[in-house]
Design a protein around this ligand. Structure first.
Ligand code: MEV
Length: 439
């Protein structure tokens, strides 16, 4: 059995690689070579990446693609997407093209409120606690002033500080439930710093509060942390058109297509097995833009899936209806994003992607991301209710199969042509390649 490596983080990068290569891999020389192949030749750039995290040994690349031709609130966009799944960028581009001449996408930010909480235990009289919090609220404000100064200048800061009694759910458990505006920053550091100060003020003031008994003075702060659930940091994106304009390259009539789309959404609303996959398809678009713009996809994922369960069971993030012969298709999701701070200035590609997007504000980026999710869902569900997903998916996957089989450029060209009008399967490609190679 391999043993843990003591003091690993103190080793140099070369030493770390040597240790991992010899202790965990069968062919250490090959391991070193693979890792080095992914280093950037620009040493300064590599150092930047090395310093993003601890114990960096190399970089893991993802393709960065562009989905062009998006019209959002009458403004054209080319959307950068970082993703490994073959069909995602093509699907986004297809949906963008479909909606472009129907007025494009309309998007609107419904709220920008972020949330953070100080979780604490108080063993005493609740009315006294309420009075105490009221009394010390000016102290909460003055103690956080140095932290909030800059954000206030930009129009943000701590919006509300509210005591929440959660004792019915957990014995003696209370929260300071706080809301924030963080403008163009995602705001995680700002919020967490504010919360830690609020927690310190809470404890300090409780010890000095004369109305409290000894036990009431001993407030136990369990933790202070932002919440990635931001149901009031919300964006909505929509497309609509007369039903008879829903003409897609398939046998199906626009009317039947519209009805099937609505039916598919209804199913995803009430059936969690379908909803998870339906929303996964939406996240294909969302995560790809989140990654390309240096935002935190884990935070976004967690918040969005919680929102998808807000009514008590997990359901679709998108909605569709036909009313007065108009087909409407929309998405509503919480998104806490930043276009300043974090990786946005540090990572040259993130910086470039934001430039390609026209240097959006956080609110604009929320709209772009929501549109990418909606476009992806439109593309996926429209395939599902017509041709099925595999036709397009396997077509896009063809190159991956050919690469796996080590086909050369000429073979790839010939077989791409060959499979244009044929169903792509792994075996089918293998056989076709063998036939080609055997003349
Ligand atoms: C595949 O990555 C995503 C889909 O499964 C989404 C869906 O089923 O709606 C095609």
């Amino acid at each position: 059995m391999t043993k843990p490596i003591p003091g690993f983080s103190k080793l140099s990068k070369e030493q770390k690689i040597d240790r991992i290569a010899s202790q965990y891999t069968k062919n250490p020389d090959r391991t070193r070579e693979v890792l080095r192949n992914y280093w950037n030749t620009d040493k300064k750039l590599q150092k930047l990446h090395d310093e993003f995290i601890e114990n960096t040994i190399t970089n893991l690349y993802l393709p960065l693609g562009i989905a062009p031709g998006f019209l959002i609130n009458s403004k054209p966009y080319a959307i950068p997407m970082a993703i490994e799944e073959s069909s995602v960028v093509a699907a986004a581009s297809k949906a963008a093209k479909f909606w472009f001449d129907k007025g494009g996408f309309k998007a609107e930010v419904l709220g920008t409120e972020k949330v953070g909480q100080v979780h604490f235990i108080y063993k005493g009289d609740v009315d006294k606690l309420k009075k105490f919090i009221e009394t010390i609220t000016p102290k909460f404000r003055s103690d956080t002033e140095t932290l909030t100064q800059n954000m206030s200048k930009r129009g943000g800061g701590i919006s509300t500080i509210q005591l929440r009694d959660q004792t019915e759910k957990l014995h003696n458990y209370y929260q300071l439930h706080c809301t924030f505006e963080t403008m163009d920053a995602m705001g995680a550091n700002f919020i967490n710093s504010c919360l830690e100060q609020l927690a310190a003020t809470l404890k300090r003031e409780a010890l000095e509060y004369v109305e409290f008994s000894d036990i009431e003075k001993e407030i136990e702060v369990v933790m202070s942390i932002l919440s990635n659930y931001v149901p009031n940091c919300l964006v909505r994106a929509e497309v609509s058109c007369p039903v008879n304009e829903l003409r897609i390259p398939s046998e199906i009539s626009p009317k039947d297509f519209a009805r099937k789309m609505v039916r598919a959404i209804e199913i995803a609303k009430i059936e969690p097995y379908r909803a998870v996959t339906h929303n996964k398809g939406i996240m294909n678009g969302i995560d790809a833009v989140i990654l390309a713009t240096g935002n935190d996809f884990r935070a976004v994922e967690a918040g969005i899936h919680a929102y998808a369960s807000k009514n008590g069971s997990y359901g679709s993030l998108t909605h569709a209806e036909i009313e007065n012969d108009i087909f409407r298709f929309w998405i509503e999701i919480p998104l806490a994003l930043g276009t300043v701070g974090g990786l946005t200035k540090l990572h040259p590609l993130v910086k470039l992607n934001l430039e390609i997007l026209g240097k959006p504000t956080a609110m604009e980026l929320m709209q772009i991301v929501a549109v990418a999710g909606l476009a992806q869902n439109f593309a996926a569900v429209s395939s599902l209710v017509t041709t099925g997903i595999q036709k397009g998916h396997m077509k896009m996957h063809l190159l991956n199969i050919l690469n796996q089989l080590e086909a050369n450029d000429e073979e790839k060209k010939t077989l791409t042509k060959h499979f244009k009008a044929r169903v792509v399967t792994h075996n089918g490609v293998l056989n076709a390649l063998e036939t080609l190679r055997n003349g």
